[in-house]
Write a new protein. Structure first.
Length: 394
């Protein structure tokens, strides 16, 4: 016989966004009956999330600080014609730690894992096996909606964490090493030194397509490791992903694609940086917003998350314009020049860009000077010049 569960708030989707909301609600409202639901058996999946300290407001640090697995005081970037050391705190969170802290914060019965969901409304969750949850409010955080509603390029990657036979000599992250051959768009390698003999290496592409050949990218990671002279003792783990890089689209259509009336968070709400695809800063802001509200009803949560997501989308038109220039004004093998020029700019400007908080002066500085792409194609990409016409053949 089907069972009905009752609670105050049900969060569907135990990824980063859902896990942070659960932690924030229990921290601010310990007596609240919160349920966290997912088809998977763990919280957070198999992921590594990294962020700059400036990505998270000081007032919201309490949400993310306990989750941090690794931290560094600075990082490096390298391009064919430019390299730079930037002093700025940088942190990484492992999904295993998110899983551990959520399990410690929520009672065992509140973690409804390994439970596939059939449907969600503002106040109900229907399980595939016929059970259901009736809640005062439901938040849907199950991942991306219909990305066909958006105009997207793609950031795709394979990351591998290694135990090395001997210590490496890299004291800080290499956030971008673009000295590698440029394939399938803008390509760079990302390295995080977790310990003297532990290194995470990720091969990343800003590509026109979401197609990801995991085996090929894994081999390229191994080849990069070999060129660095690192001797691998064993592979600890591997992850892969494809993130949207948005150039435009219909936000309202995207929101409606997963239901109009329920509250949403994370990728499902369109809350990710248009250029990087990263969702952690917005996930922290969303968790903080929900933890502060007094109205946890289905309608109240829907209005709160919809309003936040819509306002965030409207504020980020500049980044979508930059993405158009990156993808449509530069040849794939020349896209690295856009980032190479960007990393010559003021470090505070760089920090604000990644946090999605660029000022008007920042935007002007990014767009002025000698462009790294043909000016005509740049103007066509952002719609200030008509696209070049192709004459029909005779």
């Amino acid at each position: 016989m089907a069972t009905t569960f009752h609670c105050d708030v049900a969060i569907v989707g135990a990824g980063l966004a859902g896990g942070l909301i659960a932690l924030a609600l229990k921290r601010r409202h310990p007596a609240l009956d919160v349920r966290l639901v997912d088809a998977a058996d763990t919280v957070g999946g198999n992921h590594l999330w990294s962020f700059f300290a400036s990505d998270v407001d000081e007032a919201d640090r309490w949400i993310v600080a306990p989750l941090i697995s690794y931290g560094w005081r600075s990082y490096d970037v390298m391009f064919p014609a430019h390299e730079r050391h930037i002093t700025a705190p940088y942190y990484s969170i492992e999904s295993d730690r998110l899983d551990t802290l959520v399990r410690a914060a929520l009672p065992e019965a509140a973690l409804m894992l390994g439970r596939p969901v059939h449907s969600v409304s503002a106040i109900t969750v229907e399980f595939a096996d016929g059970d259901r949850i009736e809640a005062k409010g439901v938040i849907d955080a199950r991942g991306a909606g219909d990305l066909g509603q958006l105009d997207c390029g793609w950031q795709k990657f394979v990351g591998r964490e290694f135990e090395l036979a001997e210590p490496h000599d890299d004291p800080r992250p290499m956030v971008m090493d673009a000295r590698v051959p440029q394939r399938d768009g803008y390509r760079f390698v990302y390295c995080l030194p977790f310990a003297a003999t532990r290194m995470f290496v990720e091969d990343t592409y800003y590509s026109d397509t979401p197609d990801l050949d995991r085996a090929v990218l894994s081999d390229r990671v191994d080849a990069y490791v070999a060129t660095r002279g690192w001797q691998v003792d064993r592979l600890i783990r591997e992850e892969a992903g494809v993130l949207p890089v948005t150039m435009g689209g219909d936000f309202e259509g995207y929101w409606r694609s997963t239901g109009q009336d329920s509250a949403k968070a994370g990728m499902r709400a369109g809350l990710f940086h248009p250029t990087t695809g990263y969702s952690l800063p917005d996930a922290v802001r969303t968790a903080s917003l929900i933890a502060r509200t007094r109205d946890l009803s289905g309608a109240g949560l829907r209005d709160l998350t919809y309003g936040f997501a819509r306002a965030t989308w409207q504020q980020r038109g500049f980044y979508r314009m930059i993405d158009k220039m990156l993808f449509r004004a530069a040849e794939p093998e020349e896209r690295y020049r856009v980032l190479e020029r960007f990393y010559r700019l003021d470090s505070q400007l760089v920090r604000r860009f990644y946090a999605g908080q660029s000022t008007m002066m920042d935007k002007a500085r990014i767009l002025t000077g000698k462009p790294p792409v043909p000016i005509g194609r740049a103007l066509q990409a952002i719609g200030l010049l008509p696209a070049a016409r192709t004459e029909p053949s005779a």
